[in-house]
Design a protein around this ligand. Structure first.
Ligand SMILES: [Zn+2]
Length: 327
């Protein structure tokens, strides 16, 4: 006959057994500190577009110290009022960089390249495209075409690495020749304000001169992707219309770079527009056209992943992001 066992002895034995098993089961005290992960924003986002697969890959954010340098003719009081009402900082502009990879099933097309390895002149935490492409499972050597919206530093400086090697060795480069020729002018090297920008733009663009696909309005880059002239931000700025299975997505590049201010006031000037009046006119035309039929757009500097639609709101427009799970 077994020895009688008291209830208190049973519970003590169970507690001892649980304590002994805890390390094996991975149980630990509830108040143990979890390590901080210190990871950045999501590096990529993938969705279907008709039969195409599109991946938005982040290059990391740009940070400019004040909005005064971004919006030239905006009354400061109006600017601060709108930013404050929308719970946004008034002392700096933070601009994501949403690079696009379009897999058409036949071609792999990269749209813009981020800041590259050369400079942190526009903030400390960018130039991450190559790392994030790897995280997204995209092989740079498999890119067939790099389509450039315009030749500003945050869009074309990722064509080469820090040792001037091509980051996309098998790709042709679609770009407007007007932008290529303007931003590689040797004479601009004598201008102290432009020197560094032009120097590294030449470092990135001159090596791809013999693999350029000249872009013009209405020209097909690859089947399913067509260029659309949207000049003003630069002389050769082009958007890219991506069409598959009856769906349409337009990458409008830097026609707008702020998801609140320039929708409320498309007439405000972006100080980085080469032709500010033309830039404002193009911005209004794009907003009116895209909002009229609800065309889905992707914006390079809008909050990640920068996919959504414009709608009319009062005298201006508003931005409605596409939920990320919508596909
Ligand atoms: Zn830009």
């Amino acid at each position: 006959m077994p020895d009688p066992v008291s209830p208190s002895l049973v519970s003590r034995r169970l507690m001892l057994a649980a304590a002994a098993a805890a390390p094996i089961l991975g149980v630990r005290a509830a108040d143990a500190a979890a390590p901080f992960l210190n990871t950045n924003a999501p590096p990529f986002y993938r969705f279907k577009h008709g039969t195409f697969e599109i991946t938005v890959v982040s290059d990391g954010p740009l940070v400019l110290p004040t909005l005064d340098v971004v919006l030239e003719n905006a009354p400061k009081a109006d600017l601060e009022r709108i930013l404050t009402a929308n719970r946004m900082p008034t002392d700096r502009w933070i601009g994501p960089q949403n690079v696009l990879v379009v897999n058409t099933g036949r071609h792999l097309v990269l749209i813009d390249t981020g800041m590259g390895d050369r400079s942190k002149v526009l903030g400390p935490d960018n130039g991450h495209l190559m790392r994030n492409l790897a995280l997204a499972g995209i092989d740079p050597a498999a890119i067939d075409v790099v389509a450039i919206t315009h030749a500003h530093i945050d869009h074309c400086w990722g064509l080469v690495d820090a040792r001037d090697r091509l980051n996309f060795p098998n790709a042709r480069v679609a770009i407007a020749m007007s932008d290529y020729e303007f931003w590689t002018q040797e004479s601009l090297l004598a201008n102290p304000a432009a020197r560094d920008f032009v120097l590294y733009t030449r470092t990135n663009l001159l090596p791809v001169r013999d693999r350029i696909i000249p872009v013009r309005d209405g020209a097909e880059v690859v089947p399913g992707i067509t260029a659309m002239a949207t000049a003003g931000h630069t002389v050769g700025h082009h958007s890219y219309v991506i069409e598959s299975g009856g769906r349409r997505l337009v990458n409008v590049g830097d026609v707008l770079h702020h998801h609140v201010l320039l929708l409320r006031h498309p007439e405000w000037h972006n100080i980085f527009d080469s032709d500010k009046a033309q830039g404002a006119a193009t911005r209004r035309r794009v907003l009116e056209t895209m909002s009229a039929d609800g065309t889905e757009c992707v914006l390079y500097h809008f909050p990640f992943p920068g996919v959504g639609r414009f709608v009319r709101a009062g005298q201006g427009f508003a931005w409605i992001p596409t939920p990320m799970h919508e596909g």
